[in-house]
Design a protein. Structure first.
Lengths: 321, 319
């Protein structure tokens, strides 16, 4: 039999036991200084959002949201960019959700957290989350377009010009899927961790296999977490520009993307191009502000929905216990 | 639960189900390896290809070069000029300047707000601060870049009387806005994970609330706070759209923070679209990408290790 050694918990006193506390100072100064930091952050946030809302609101109209740009981006709307952004994130979600959810299930349900393979995958996820977005852009160009797309072309379309080996919405969305993968994994894992073990045991007791348990108990229970992760991923993906610059986004297209190998317009890229390459910035300014406001509203509303679902999920867990 | 009826086991379905799940789990790992392979693959010619080495050998990228006869040797990044110049120093200095400003701006604010949030704030105030920081983190970097380009640059120029609208300070402050949420989140997390027994012990010894924070919580959380700072620095170096739009993108070697700067990431973003596939310039850009990848990889790995150790120590698993 193994014996368990009990150690007295002297840890805390060891850390603080040598301290001596003299005259009581009320700590107004540190409190004030750190509060100032909070205040500055909140103020800057308010200035940014206020500036964009004030600058962008006059532009937003039904016409602006439903019409393509005209007169070299100095008139018209941003419909193609909105359409492209939505198409892009839908494709991205289709790719990233199954992979992210299955990864989280594998890490939480199939392996022990101490095993070497789990640690390795976890390190990979953390590092994937830290890779600069421009490096994802390079990777999308080198791997998806040149290697995969170019490979497909030389296999199936050796005579024609590039069919798949060129910037396209499918490559941009796959690049973004890799970028947002950590978001989905982490959020799903958090949801899986809160599912009580009794549920799993009850399922096994009723004769459910591991797979049946996962499919019919775990995944339904984890749905809010999966949803949160997907929404956060969409919000992140919709705002990233660097990874799609070389993998599929176009400055201006007279048509909407309808095929997987079409190029597309995107809100963030549209902002970048209008802000930096417009010949007459004063004329573009109202449209530019309007586009920024649309993108900001899109990401903020997505994020608030995600935060709402997450806090509901946490609250219901607390009340259930 | 009682309405669930399970069909009899199918060994095949179990087997393939598990395999399907485990295959997906390796995507993240494979992705990191593929990124490594495909970025480095395009950087290798710099070390082996003679044609590429002619203009962009390691030597030429690091040391001063005399590009024209009779002129002074200098560091210069002009990949499209008649004599292509691929010195990495101007970009390195630009990256360093922008990230330094960002860190000087973000560390006091991020750490300060984290201290306030974990040590002083009432629950109600905390529920204002945290969503606000999440909101700041949710602002797309292209929007921050836009703000810095259109509003901040003009404001800074008018108040400080600057010659160049777009400079390291402007880009650095906008970059700092993107770094603050990272520093805040990691630092706050480290401070709140300091166990209550430590706080109680210090209180028992007669410390008031502020003394507890200063003498007990902060020292215990220092590794976590520094990990937040390091991770924030990694983000600052890798961030692209903000510096691309707000820094002016002039590759200058100077010590002044009021000059325009061109960073590694912005260089890739600005130039990759125009390079010829397989050209020297193309390989140099991938080489810069490799540098960024290795740098952020090391930063994330070390940040990760520090945070895991800290958590273990604070939970008393290791002493």
């Amino acid at each position: 039999m193994k014996t368990i050694e009990l150690q007295p918990n002297t840890n805390s006193l060891e850390v603080v036991g040598h301290l001596k506390f003299g005259r009581k100072r009320r700590g107004f100064i540190p409190r004030g200084v750190t509060f100032l930091a909070v205040l500055i952050i909140l103020l800057m946030l308010a200035v940014i959002i206020g500036n964009i809302v004030i600058g962008g609101t006059p532009t937003i109209s039904w016409e602006f949201l439903t019409h393509p740009p005209e007169q070299g981006m100095e008139a018209g709307g941003v419909f193609p960019a909105i359409f492209g952004t939505v198409a892009l994130v839908i494709l991205m979600v289709i790719a990233v959700i199954p992979i992210g959810v299955f990864t989280a299930i594998y890490l939480q349900e199939y392996t022990s957290p101490k095993s070497r393979i789990t640690r390795l995958i976890r390190i990979a996820i953390n590092n994937l989350a830290g890779v600069p977005s421009i490096v994802f852009g390079l990777f999308g160009l080198g791997f998806f377009i040149a290697f995969v797309g170019g490979g497909l072309d030389s296999l199936f379309y050796p005579e024609e010009g590039p069919v798949w080996g060129q910037p396209a919405i499918i490559w941009a969305s796959l690049t973004l899927a890799l970028l947002t993968l950590p978001v989905v994994i982490i959020s799903t894992e958090e949801a899986l961790r809160t599912i009580p073990r009794e549920l799993r045991e009850a399922s096994y007791a009723l004769g459910g296999t591991k797979l049946q348990t996962i499919w019919r108990i775990i995944i339904p229970q984890a749905t809010p977490g999966i949803l949160t992760g997907s929404i956060l991923a969409v919000s992140r993906g919709a705002g990233e520009v660097a990874p799609i610059m070389f993998t599929g986004a176009a400055y201006y297209l007279p048509y909407l993307p309808t095929k997987l190998n079409d190029q597309f317009m995107e809100l963030g890229y549209h902002i970048y191009v209008m802000a930096t390459q417009s010949p007459d910035i004063e004329a573009t300014k109202p449209l530019l502000y309007g586009t920024v406001l649309v993108l900001l509203l899109l990401t903020f509303s997505l994020n608030s929905v995600a935060i709402l679902i997450r806090s509901r999920m946490r609250r219901s867990r607390v009340s259930a216990q | 639960m009682e309405q669930l009826i399970f069909k009899p086991k199918s060994r095949w379905r179990e087997f393939f189900g598990e395999k399907l799940i485990s295959v997906n789990a390796f995507v993240a790992l494979i992705a990191i390896l593929l990124i490594f392979v495909f970025i480095f693959k395009e950087a290798i010619p710099i070390f082996v290809d003679d044609y590429v080495k002619e203009d962009a050998s390691l030597d030429k990228m690091v040391f001063k070069q005399q590009y024209y006869e009779g002129r002074e040797a200098k560091w210069s990044w002009q990949p499209n000029s008649e004599v292509p110049k691929f010195s990495l120093w101007p970009l390195f200095i630009g990256t360093l300047k922008a990230s330094l400003v960002a860190m000087l701006f973000a560390i006091p604010l991020g750490v300060g707000a984290a201290i306030y949030c974990s040590e002083f704030a009432s629950r109600r105030i905390r529920e204002i601060i945290k969503p606000a920081i999440e909101m700041l983190a949710a602002i797309p970097s292209v929007v921050l870049g836009f703000f810095a380009l259109m509003v901040l640059a003009t404001a800074l120029q008018n108040t400080l009387g600057l010659t160049f609208r777009l400079n390291a300070i402007n880009a650095g402050i906008a970059l700092g806005l993107a770094v603050i949420p990272i520093v805040f989140t990691v630092a706050e997390d480290a401070m709140t994970s300091v166990p209550h027994s430590l706080r109680d012990a210090a209180t028992a010894l007669g410390a008031n609330r502020w003394q507890v924070s200063l003498t007990t919580v902060l020292p215990a959380a220092i590794p976590g706070i520094s990990a937040g700072v390091v991770l924030g620095f990694g983000r600052a170096v890798g961030e692209t759209m903000i510096v691309l739009m707000a820094s002016g993108n002039a590759a200058i070697v100077s010590a002044s923070f009021l000059d325009s700067v061109r960073t590694f990431s912005a260089t890739i973003a600005a130039e990759l679209a125009e390079v010829v596939f397989g050209d020297t310039h193309y390989h140099v850009l991938f080489m810069i990408g490799s540098l960024l990848f290795v740098f952020t990889f090391l930063i994330n790995l070390s940040g990760d290790i520090v945070l895991t150790r800290l958590k273990e120590r604070l939970q008393g698993k290791a002493t």
